[in-house]
Design a protein around this ligand. Structure first.
Ligand SMILES: NC(=O)c1ccc[n+]([C@@H]2O[C@H](COP(=O)([O-])OP(=O)(O)OC[C@H]3O[C@@H](n4cnc5c(N)ncnc54)[C@H](OP(=O)(O)O)[C@@H]3O)[C@@H](O)[C@H]2O)c1
Ligand SMILES: *[C@@H]1O[C@H](CO)[C@@H](O)[C@H](O)[C@H]1NC(C)=O
Ligand SMILES: *[C@@H]1O[C@H](CO)[C@@H](O)[C@H](O)[C@H]1NC(C)=O
Ligand SMILES: *[C@@H]1O[C@H](CO)[C@@H](O)[C@H](O)[C@H]1NC(C)=O
Ligand SMILES: *[C@@H]1O[C@H](CO)[C@@H](O)[C@H](O)[C@H]1NC(C)=O
Ligand SMILES: *[C@@H]1O[C@H](CO)[C@@H](O)[C@H](O)[C@H]1NC(C)=O
Ligand SMILES: CC(=O)N[C@H]1CO[C@H](CO)[C@@H](O)[C@@H]1O
Length: 632
């Protein structure tokens, strides 16, 4: 809401302290204010508001302020006070609930019935806030005009304040009460809460100065005013809780990553199974698949397309999936050389031949006993053997998806790795510098966007102008094309304090460059080491001399991340990625080069390692099927 002359506001507890300053700040903008307070000093504030108006906005009609003496815990008086405001100004645009009183005696040492002590403070600090909010909502709703309600909470509504449990309790109540009102935004009513730590007012002065000092000192009333004005003016804030401390400045509570721990998308179940096929899928007797017949890091030499029997009936708890798109992934070559399995050479050789391919989307073509999923449901699978026309998969490994599209394949390994990796291994929050390597690649593109969405500054590396321009379009703040610029030099001059998180998937020299660019407390997430996968003899582990010394000197962490170990989070993050994608907040780049049919898989794998690809590479296993379904 733009603060412009002629709007009207109510401020409870406006006679002194923060409330008084808020009244005067609103007055400066030419806003009519009703001061509600128990103290007669409110009259003087109304006078000051009037003076401010006369000086800055002489065009406004009088009276520019009202004072209503009222105890906010008295429901009848409160109704009457709001009514007076309405009579005078014909509406209500802003309501600031600021009234509060202190408590001098600890509640469990209180021998009275509490009606003049803790019960009263709960009534003033919590019940009256609820009551004022109720009346304000009713007025704003009736007028069908946008309105903003700001409740003044406290930092002790976010974390405990040991010397005064009642204080913490009421403020905690105000915080969750307010946050629960976020959905009112749909009606144009935004309710927000402000949570300052110790403020430089008369009330603040009563706090033990040692506490105040330990917390970094008082915050100024001006900062509280600035925070309130931000909550009023920024239309994106609804149910928002702004935390202000001297130590850390202004921050919203909770952080995006905390929020993600409890947010559940209620629309999910309706949408998830929206796309089902009406056509019966005809199960053939045989189908084609790619197998590794000899161990080789050269995917083409290691593999061949073979025909296999489709075994029917389907085993209990299993499903047959008709594959539509399969995802190409950097370690396909690692897999074809047998490096995925570990163990002795003879043991790996004994596995031959084995099926290749890590990930795909398709449609359930048949199910065995005890399977809940229906035939026709689009699903994703991340099981070995997905370079195939059909795949028999334990039903518990199937992830229902909204549509069997190329974009959804891109979200699987690549999207999930970025989403879960940044959160778990990277512990990403907001306001940090995040460096992403191979940023225009399958997983890099997601890391860049997710880091931006979480409110970070993103530095992205890539080789080539086409990739650089993709990255700029995805919102990267600084793109380093290593064909044109030296990554080390750029990081050194432009990020002298270092970067906080690195999403690293290249390995080798790149790993070293990134490690040297890491800030104090920084975290480097090892996602992969694509530069090492295709050495002459396949995989060759590297030594990193001095690694421990570097980490110790700057309290840094290097964290490995392997998606397979986070299967319990796949569905949650898949849903989140698809929601972002559907809402247009996440772009999914699939390389435009078309690979059709299983015979093109080797080309696709080589293309990935050519370093020319842009975004996720997918192979369309059954173009006919994909095309007919696209019309649905
Ligand atoms: N840990 C996990 O759970 C997990 C899961 C998925 C993926 N990954 C890892 O994530 C990384 C990316 O995989 P992806 O499937 O998404 O592939 P990708 O990023 O699409 O891979 C291609 C990109 O990597 C860079 N690159 C390719 N070959 C290179 C080389 N020899 N030296 C230096 N850079 C090279 C190129 O980008 P530039 O323009 O920047 O050179 C290229 O565009 C891999 O390291 C992979 O192992 C890990
Ligand atoms: C009530 O709120 C006021 C102002 O926000 C605060 O200073 C006071 O300590 C609070 N008292 C209790 C007991 O909650
Ligand atoms: C608080 O810190 C200030 C300086 O930062 C100092 O002047 C003051 O004496 C300290 N007060 C207490 C109670 O420690
Ligand atoms: C409050 O906001 C004003 C205007 O945006 C700014 O000039 C001032 O520095 C801010 N004050 C504080 C203490 O942040
Ligand atoms: C409003 O808040 C959002 C989210 O915090 C921020 O991205 C945006 O820049 C803010 N808008 C203004 C006008 O300050
Ligand atoms: C490739 O996909 C598989 C199966 O989802 C996954 O386990 C693996 O981490 C991926 N590997 C790379 C390097 O992309
Ligand atoms: C990303 C990945 O799975 N890399 C594997 C490649 O092969 C080596 C050696 O067997 C494994 O240690 C890696 O985990």
């Amino acid at each position: 809401m733009e603060l412009k002359p002629g709007l009207s506001a109510i401020v409870t507890g406006g006679a002194a302290g923060i409330g008084k300053s808020l009244c005067l700040a609103l007055a400066q903008k030419g806003i009519f204010v009703t001061v509600i307070d128990l103290s007669e000093k409110g009259k003087e504030v109304a006078f000051l508001i009037d003076k401010e108006h006369t000086k800055l906005h002489p065009e406004l009609k009088a009276p520019s302020a009202l004072f209503v003496k009222c105890d906010v815990t008295n429901a009848n008086d409160l109704d009457a006070a709001f009514e007076k405001h309405l009579e005078q100004y014909g509406g209500l645009d802003i309501c600031i609930n600021n009234a509060g009183i202190g408590n001098s005696i600890l509640f469990h040492k209180d021998t009275t019935d509490g009606s003049d002590t803790w019960r009263r403070t709960i009534n003033v600090n919590l019940t009256a806030v609820v009551d004022c909010t109720r009346i304000a909502i009713q007025i704003m709703r009736a007028r069908k005009k946008p309105g903003v309600i700001i409740n003044i909470g406290s930092a002790s509504g976010l974390y405990p304040m040991y010397p005064d449990p009642i204080y913490s309790g009421t403020k905690g109540g105000v915080v969750l009460f307010t946050r629960s009102l976020a959905p009112l935004k749909r009606e144009g009513i935004r309710v927000n809460v402000l949570c300052p730590e110790f403020v430089d007012t008369e009330l603040g002065m009563k706090v033990d100065p040692r506490f105040v000092n330990a917390s970094g000192g008082f915050i100024s009333v001006e900062e509280v005013i600035n925070g309130t004005l931000e909550l009023i003016t920024n239309e994106s804030k609804a149910g928002a809780c702004l935390w202000i401390t001297k130590r850390r400045g202004m921050e919203y509570w909770p952080t995006v990553s905390e929020e993600r721990k409890y947010l559940i998308n209620s629309q999910k179940p309706q949408r998830r199974f929206q796309y089902t096929t009406s056509a019966n899928i005809i199960l053939p007797d045989t189908f084609e698949k790619i197998i590794v017949h000899t161990l080789d890091h050269n995917f083409r030499s290691a593999t061949k397309v073979v025909r296999a029997q489709l075994k029917l009936p389907v085993k209990p708890k299993h499903a047959i999936v008709k594959i539509i798109y399969a995802g190409v992934n950097a370690s396909d070559v690692n897999f074809s050389s047998g490096r995925y399995f570990g163990g002795k050479d003879e043991e790996i050789l004994a596995r031959l031949p084995f099926a290749a391919g890590f990930e795909a989307v398709g449609i359930i073509a048949a199910v065995g006993d005890s399977v809940q999923l229906k035939v026709g449901t689009p699903v994703a699978l991340m099981t070995f053997g997905s370079y195939a026309e059909f795949s028999v998969v334990p039903a518990k490994h199937l992830l229902p998806v909204p549509r069997p599209d190329a974009e959804v394949v891109a979200m699987l390994t690549s999207g999930l790795t970025a989403s879960i990796g940044l959160e778990k291994a990277g512990q990403m929050e907001s306001g940090q510098v995040v460096l992403v390597t191979a940023a225009a690649g399958g997983t890099g593109q997601f890391a860049v966007q997710l880091a931006k969405l979480a409110g970070n500054k993103v530095v992205a590396t890539c080789g080539g102008e086409k990739k650089a321009s993709l990255l700029r379009s995805l919102g990267a703040d600084r793109v380093i094309d290593y064909n044109k610029e030296n990554i080390k030099d750029v990081l050194k001059t432009e990020f002298p304090k270092g970067v906080d998180i690195v999403y690293e998937s290249v390995g080798g020299d790149m790993f070293n460059t990134c490690l040297n660019a890491l800030a104090v407390y920084g975290r480097l997430i090892v996602i992969g080491m694509v530069s090492q996968y295709q050495g002459k003899h396949g995989w060759k582990p590297l030594a990193y001399p001095g690694l421990c010394e570097k980490l110790l000197a700057k309290s840094q962490a290097v964290a490995g991340f392997f998606l397979v170990q986070y299967a319990h989070l796949w569905q949650e993050h898949m849903d989140r990625l698809f929601d972002l994608y559907s809402a247009g907040k996440l772009k999914v780049t699939v390389d435009p080069k078309r690979f059709v049919g299983l015979s093109s898989v080797a080309d696709a794998v080589e293309y990935l390692h050519s370093g020319k690809s842009l975004g996720k590479i997918v192979v369309c296993v059954d173009p006919a099927f994909a095309n007919t379904k696209a019309k649905l």
